[in-house]
Write a protein that binds this ligand. Structure first.
Ligand SMILES: [Zn+2]
Length: 507
């Protein structure tokens, strides 16, 4: 099998030791379904929520169409059963001012159906996409039912949560993802457009090649091309894969990106065959603020304080704010979401490695907790430990403004981070990747980002000859940049700052 060479040593490490991110082939891993343990769930020992909805026999349902009267809704009175399917029944919705479907929420009582997804929006149950409107997908979401229980259902969730200043084209049908690769033609990309292909949930779409549509059909990118030892900086930085389900292409992402001329032909494959859809994001007006949805999934043992961030997280966000401010980017709202019970125990230690990027198999499952979100934000998941990494961004760039996919966020091993200030720097680094920034220099000094104003630390700086360029060897050559492979820096270049501000979750 051909070996992938153009998944650059890209997204995973912020500062902790070497780890190969190059998978030897295209063999996708097997993902443990999220509901593996669900139906064996037992009643949760935690506190019951408020008072019971006493009353007569309640017709069960999975969606509104199952109800002769009323709507399909949840109940606050049922005993919590961690990891189980939540009980749904037909009944009248709670009266105003309870949240209507899609309204922001922090707890079940805020929603007219008593269904508040952990991503922070009131949801409506569904059995398939046909039960939802065209802008929604019927996906699994989790509702917190006690301080130690979360229960699941399938609900209508927004496909896209983009700022008003962003134009969303699609979804349109994309190519059938399979092996060998199928082609998609991008003929009229506007500057700065982000193209996102979404495949089946378990798929790992891969950009194998990108060709110019000129008569020469020049190969602009080839994920299998041999990489020379001292290859020049890539002209067009392309992250050929993400953790799961989607793949992205941002053009241009630096002054060296090839001009579109007649457009591009993109060859896409996936080892889990299935249809794809294509969404193109284009910015109509500049943005300058980034909201954060932070999921407390065990990291540092943190929990929210009545919905507010724990104090050390506030400190970390302040550090992040200081790093992003010179780039012209403000941190807006910071919303925290407690992951509790069995899900917290499952996600707090992310071990193992599989797939094209060698990511822990539970990582895409964790990212999908963002399903249901309706506001643009970067979703940040704080766990205790990630095998071989301090932080992982799902892709370069990630699927901006698409919550609920297997690549919708960044994860950080909070217990491995030295201090809140350090956590702020790690967040900046991973958010940088998610926005579309590559490492300024990789550890071996042979791969650099596609920008022209970031310093490069080349192999000749490897003074001790150990093959790894550490910050001490790269002081004037990029070690102070946030996106240096080992992290730790505080600076963004002008071109990096422009890419950060252009991310499509920036409002
Ligand atoms: Zn990195």
């Amino acid at each position: 099998m051909r070996r992938l060479t153009a998944l650059p040593l890209l997204l995973l490490l912020a500062a902790c030791g070497a780890r190969s991110h190059l998978a030897d082939g295209l063999d996708a891993g097997i993902e443990r379904p999220l509901d593996a343990a669900a139906d064996a769930a037992r009643p949760d020992a935690g506190e019951r929520d408020a008072s019971a909805d006493a009353g007569p026999i309640r017709p069960r349902c999975a969606r509104d169409a199952d109800c002769a009267e009323g709507v399909c809704r949840g109940s606050i009175g049922d005993p919590p059963r961690d990891l189980a399917s939540i009980g749904l029944f037909c009944g009248a919705p709670e009266p105003d001012p309870s949240g209507a479907p899609g309204a922001p929420c922090r707890e079940r009582a805020s929603c007219d159906r008593h269904l508040c997804a952990i991503a922070g929006a009131c949801v409506v149950p569904c059995a398939s996409d046909a039960d939802c409107d065209a802008a929604e997908l019927c996906r699994e979401v989790w509702v917190t039912t006690s301080p130690s229980a979360m229960e699941r259902l399938t609900a209508c969730t927004a496909r896209v949560a983009a700022p008003e200043s962003v134009r969303v084209a699609g979804p349109e049908p994309g190519p059938l993802l399979d092996v060998p690769a199928a082609s998609d033609v991008l003929s009229d990309l506007r500057p700065g457009a982000l193209v996102i292909w979404r495949g089946p949930t378990q798929s790992e779409p891969l950009i194998e090649r990108v060709l110019s549509r000129t008569a020469a059909m020049e190969v602009l990118f080839d994920a299998f091309a041999p990489r020379e030892a001292d290859a020049p900086a890539p002209a067009w930085g392309i992250g050929a894969a993400t953790v799961r389900e989607v793949v992205t292409l941002l053009h241009p992402n630096g002054p060296r990106s090839p001009p579109p001329r007649l457009g591009f032909e993109v060859l896409l494959s996936a080892t889990t065959p299935g249809p794809s859809e294509r969404i193109v994001l284009q910015r109509m007006a500049p943005g300058d603020a980034l909201d954060l949805d932070v999921y407390l999934a065990g990291g540092n043992g943190w929990t929210s304080r009545d919905g507010a961030p724990p104090p050390p997280l506030t400190e970390a966000v302040e550090a992040l704010r200081e790093v992003l401010a010179p780039a012209g980017l403000a941190i807006g709202e910071v919303r925290v979401h407690d992951v509790v019970g069995g899900l917290r125990r499952r996600f707090e230690m992310l071990t193992g490695s599989e797939g094209l990027l060698g990511a822990p198999p539970d990582l895409p499952v964790l990212y999908r907790l963002s399903a249901g979100a309706r506001r643009p934000a970067v979703h940040v998941f704080l766990v205790r430990f990630i095998e071989g990494a301090l932080g992982i961004a799902s892709g370069i760039p990630g699927p901006h403004a698409l919550p609920g996919t297997g690549a919708s966020g960044v994860a950080i091993a909070a217990d491995l981070v030295e201090s809140p200030a350090h956590l702020g720097l790690v967040m900046a680094h991973e958010i940088g990747h998610f926005a579309g920034l590559f490492h300024t220099s990789e550890a071996d000094g042979s791969v650099f980002d596609p920008l022209t104003d970031t310093p490069e630390c080349r192999a000749e700086n490897d003074l001790d000859g150990d093959g790894v360029l550490v910050p001490d060897e790269c002081g004037p050559f990029g070690a102070t940049n946030v996106m240096f492979w080992a992290g730790g820096g505080r600076a963004f270049s002008r071109q990096q700052a422009a890419l950060l501000r252009g991310a499509y979750d920036v409002r």
